[in-house]
Design a protein around this ligand. Structure first.
Ligand SMILES: CC(C)(COP(=O)(O)OP(=O)(O)OC[C@H]1O[C@@H](n2cnc3c(N)ncnc32)[C@H](O)[C@@H]1OP(=O)(O)O)[C@@H](O)C(=O)NCCC(=O)NCCS
Length: 174
């Protein structure tokens, strides 16, 4: 994994991130969420944990999750195609885990398209296991979803993309 050229900040998403998030969403998915659906996840409340990764002041990735009993349920994660394989997805997942643990979350769960081999590999790399299938889950093409899960504690221990000295990673408390 190569360190990104500019420092990275992981922070809570805000409604004004919508434009950048929508752009990345459309570059990343064949069946993107609508602006309304994304907007609904960007604000903060007790059931939602949504983060963005900023590099040189530009939003270049995001993660949206719900806090469900003791599960951090990741709804959506995407990185700008120009910024992939730089550790940003890992940094978002790790920071979400670090913020979710004190809120009583124990595991992470998510659904991923069967054909999304890159994302499946990304999650496996971080200790998630494929534990089930939702047949025909995706409405656009009837594709199956693979259910993946793993312990939050493993994710929380992951390091970010920019080790000290290689361009510091900032993590704002907000
Ligand atoms: C999946 C995604 C979020 C990963 O983010 P990322 O910032 O590129 O991932 P990282 O750089 O943190 O990757 C960490 C490790 O995961 C694995 N990995 C990540 N992307 C991978 C890919 N496309 N193929 C195989 N392995 C991959 C690698 O082991 C990688 O380490 P390496 O680069 O040293 O080999 C990103 O590829 C993306 O936005 N994809 C499109 C949207 C999407 O499919 N989201 C998931 C929906 S469920």
């Amino acid at each position: 994994m190569t360190a990104p050229a500019a420092p990275v900040v992981i922070r809570r998403s805000r409604p004004e991130d919508l434009g950048a998030v929508l752009r990345i969403e459309h570059l990343s998915f064949s069946d993107p969420w609508t602006a309304d659906a994304l907007y609904g996840e960007l604000g903060a409340d007790a059931l939602r944990l949504s983060l963005v990764a900023e590099r040189a002041g530009q939003v270049c990735g995001y993660l949206m999750a719900w806090l469900v009993v003791d599960q951090l349920h990741v709804l959506n994660i995407a990185i700008d195609p120009d910024a992939r394989r730089l550790g940003l997805g890992t940094a978002l997942l790790a920071e979400a885990a670090r913020r979710a643990e004190p809120l009583g979350m124990v595991d992470v769960t998510l659904e991923v398209r069967r054909s999304n081999t890159g994302a499946r590999q990304f999650y496996r790399r971080h200790g998630l296991r494929e534990v089930g299938l939702r047949p025909g889950y995706y409405g656009d093409n009837g594709e199956d979803a693979i259910i993946m899960t793993g312990p939050l504690s493993d994710l929380a221990a992951l390091s970010g993309p920019a080790p000290a000295g290689a361009g510091a990673e900032g993590e704002n408390p907000d």
